[in-house]
Write a protein that binds this ligand. Sequence first.
Ligand code: NAD
Length: 435
Amino acid sequence: MKIAMVGTGYVGLVSGACFADFGHQVVCVDKDAGKIEALKRGKIPIYETDLDKLVETNAAAGRLTFTTELAGAVADADAVFIAVGTPSRRGDGHADLSYVYAAAKEIGAALKKFTVVVTKSTVPVGTGDEVERLIRETNPDADFAVASNPEFLREGAAIQDFRHPDRIVVGTEDDRAKRVMGEVYRPLYLNQAPILYTARRTAELIKYAANAFLATKITFINEIADLSERVGANVQEVARGIGLDNRIGTKFLHAGAGYGGSCFPKDTRALFKTALDHDVQLKIVEATLTANDNRKRAMARKVANVLGGELRGKTIGVLGLTFKPDTDDMREAPSIPLINGLIDFGAKVRAYDPIGMEQARKELPEIEYCKDAYECARQADALVIVTEWRQFRALDLKRIKQEMKHPVVVDLRNIYRPDEMAAHGFTYDSIGRPR
Ligand code: NAD
């Protein structure tokens, strides 16, 4: 199959490289000339485990190429994937579809033969209809079908997820499109990944419903963590106790600082807005949104409380800035409202993240960046663990304590045991566990 991937970001680059690795001929297109130039030189613009090797191997084999010229890539393709961003629209929380629609028009103008245009971007119900209309309007003679193929990969484990998906969702009722999509994904369903064909609108809604459900699950355990703190229970044991029930499952039950990232916050907001537009109240999603926003803001207060309510003149070390480990993505990371809150309370903040500091500098220009966890702890009145990078799970606690002005650790990811921290002489607070 010949594939054009329009948008070479986290999803486009990983999907493009994985499709090439299946043996397809893939051209990745992006408007960002700097990104494409870098990729042509073998430089990967994002951090994602093993992506460099995958890109290098498939580029060397001639199956994966990069261009800023959409028309040439599209003219030849059996399937054109739209993998551009769909951020929250400023002001109202709807998905901003301007990139998707701009790509659709450009694709429409470049179509030369029967082509399946596939939205891989996360888009609200009905977007496929509008993409189809725009292409038809741009190029009334074009022979094409529009399918929805939402992506479920997680940053940090993107290649593994792409190669071993729980399911592949393809939303189309067009038989020719089904055949093309079946060919595109054939290497995967030979490995038993179920391919679920649905109507296009159903596929679009599956993606939002999945993300909203997961966001709700996280928010639920976060609220149970708050209650655990008040009543003297341990939320990790509660999570295990409920998660071992197969109907509930153990995943996404880790209490923490509130969900962030490039998907859950914007997708829950967009789903809620879509529902309002259709006169439907999604009260659970609404409650999840509010609870999560409040939680992220509350984390600075939690740190202040551990230090007796006063942060003016204090130095706080922050370990971990990205929204989760193994990615450089800072979009809607809980570290941002936390650090802004600490600064508002009058604290001085120094931070360290193994991969995300370059991205973080754009969001948080006024803090001090350190070379490692120990420098971050130096002369700090408290150390806050925000992202559970592996290297933070086994810190030399003796050395950390020596570096600090006061041995106070606030662990927003519950990666240490309270008894262990007490034994090392730390004042230690975490999420939903007895102090
Ligand atoms: P991203 O911002 O990393 O990448 C988008 C890319 O599209 C950018 O490089 C941008 O320059 C390019 N672009 C924009 N308009 C273009 C155009 N007209 N032609 C060519 N290139 C264009 O975004 P992302 O994180 O990869 O997300 C893409 C979509 O996938 C979003 O809808 C997102 O919700 C969805 N998604 C993301 C993830 C994730 O973990 N990041 C997971 C599942 C789904």
